[in-house]
Design a protein around this ligand. Sequence first.
Ligand code: SAM
Length: 506
Amino acid sequence: MLHLSLADPLRRDLDRAVYTVDRMRGLWGDVADDALQRADRVPALRALAGRTEPAAVLARLFVLGDGVAAADVAAALPTTGAAAAVEGGLLAAGDDGLLRGAIDLRPYSVVDALGVTAWWIASDLGELATGQALRTDHVLGIGGASATLSGLMLPDRARRVLDLGTGCGIQALHASRFADQVVATDISERALDFGRFNAALNGVDTIEFRLGSLYEPVAGERFDRIVSNPPFVITPRRGGVPEYEYRDGGMVGDALVAAVVAGAAEHLEPGGVAQLLGNWEYRDGVDGLNRAAAWAQDARLEFWMIERERIDPARYAETWIRDGGTKPGGPEWEPLVGAWLDDFAERGVDEIGFGYVLLRRPAEGAPTHQPLQRAERIPEALGENPAGLGPHLSAVLAAHDALAALGPDGVDDHAFRVAPDVTEQRSHWPGEESPSALVLRQGGGFGRSLQVSPAVSAAVGASDGELALGVLAGAIAQLLEQDERAVLIEIRAETIELIHCGLVVP
Ligand SMILES: C[S@@+](CC[C@H](N)C(=O)[O-])C[C@H]1O[C@@H](n2cnc3c(N)ncnc32)[C@H](O)[C@@H]1O
């Protein structure tokens, strides 16, 4: 258990040592930094071998799992003190007389819609530092999925936010930037310990940590926003298969994600939004993305489901068995792959989708004729989003609502604008004057590419917020010598789609 009383002195020591992301990269260099991303610590260990300046000592202890002499630790932690750090759960004394980190503690910096922020995040040491498989109650640090979800968060102000399955508290810290109050829950007391420590270490006092499964700790409460990177990894319920708390909610198949979606309805304020990551199974020919959309429909929530990738059961099994520290070739590998494949076969699963889920409880008095109900596949690389996708999602939600407010009859009288990050690519057959394909490209957002007709291209190009869509369509039909009504119907439908993709703005 980490002693919360250490948070203040430790912050002073980390600050004084300039223990930052840039400093660490500077200390061990780009090659070692890249090697660390691939879980190889050797170049970094070599770069820092024998280095005793405080930032180097901290990185050796808390990132690399290196042993450091007590005198050097004392010099790096003058306010905290080496003995207090051992007693308070930050360090452990080895048989070799050296001190080592008992936790992972590293700087983290990010740019979001509110600007740059930097924190220090404590979590359990990973395999890189311990050289051992993870314990089943391992508390995860900031991984790829954590960064994906925090980047997706709507940056708009909120009164209360729930972070379900908070782990080391990273989503709660992000949410605290735009929320008055955050409730962070987890089934793991150990995770909550880390979460509380991280909040205190970073001087954030607006997060309340609560123990319990799913929505139990917030029974009867509602939130403006729910965020969750839930333990969505599908795991066979069979003897011999380790159940890692950090990634596995203990249910069969994708039932955990379905439960988080179903429960959101009861815990969102009207107009409130839930954002989560998830897996969904394609079963016996039933489309997995449609199954996920049906969870939201059953809960009477608006939804925007985005499938980013889809993989087969064998690749899924390999990914998550490796993630737990088991490598091909060992005695456990084949039985584990077999267990995963049997489990998927029992439910007729032939593919597993991964993606982003956005749910919204309809606002009171909101127009009901055009609810947000989108389920789409976007496997492409994302566009340029320095502050994450959150601002884009927020803008598209606002655009959807503005469109709904216009009503079915108001669209033709409205003047739209092309978004500033849209460019057009024209492809010509050699020697041909008119293009054979027109593609609109989005620089930010999801980096979409959408092929359009010459009429739609002309309408988008002329959408400068001055001319109503109906007037534009009439002029374009005349120019192209096409039927006016047919051109209007096409331009209207495509403009609505482009608004939902963020390429055109009401
Ligand atoms: C994938 S981790 C996410 C951690 C962190 N929020 C992040 O984004 O990096 C999932 C977290 O959910 C917790 N968890 C597992 N089962 C749970 C349950 N039934 N209810 C609430 N949390 C649970 C785990 O302990 C773990 O901390």
